[in-house]
Design a protein around this ligand. Sequence first.
Ligand SMILES: [Fe+2]
Length: 187
Amino acid sequence: MSTSLTLDEIAGLLQRRGAAQYGREAVSQLDHALQCAHLAEQAGETPATVAAALLHDLGHLLAAERQQAPEPDDRRDDLHQYIALPFLRHLFDEAVLAPIRLHVDAKRYLCQAEPGYFDTLSPASVHSLALQGGAFNEQEARAFLHQPFAAEAVRLRRYDDLAKVAGQPTPELGHYLPVLAQAARQA
Ligand SMILES: [Fe+2]
């Protein structure tokens, strides 16, 4: 696989690797991606943000595809928020790439900025938070918010956190392919 994915290759990757369990959560990677995109769509997000929601964890699938991580190693941070970026850069602009890149930092931000947020995280998400550096301090939280698309990343994070419901019905992947195409055309 080259480092520049086509939209067809992205769809193929989601279909081929999406059946894998989403870490220690109760849903598959594809279910998680679809639930996240569905929540973004229902909230009235732009095609770019819906595309980011669908693709935010593509790094996990790419790592599996390249067998960099044949077995998930939950003792270290897999840095999955960065893995997909070189594969998507030629298709999408920062409106899609930045929320993907920032979705882990958005969790670290919310842990600092929003009382009670930490308590809503799943056990798997609490575990990865520690590996990812934990909650931001006040200064880090302020710096996070100054980045372009930080607000979109925070909203994506909230969809991400909710997109872990076993058996939750969503549109199929085919519904989101035109949204990806639209987000790509706008880039
Ligand atoms: Fe996720």
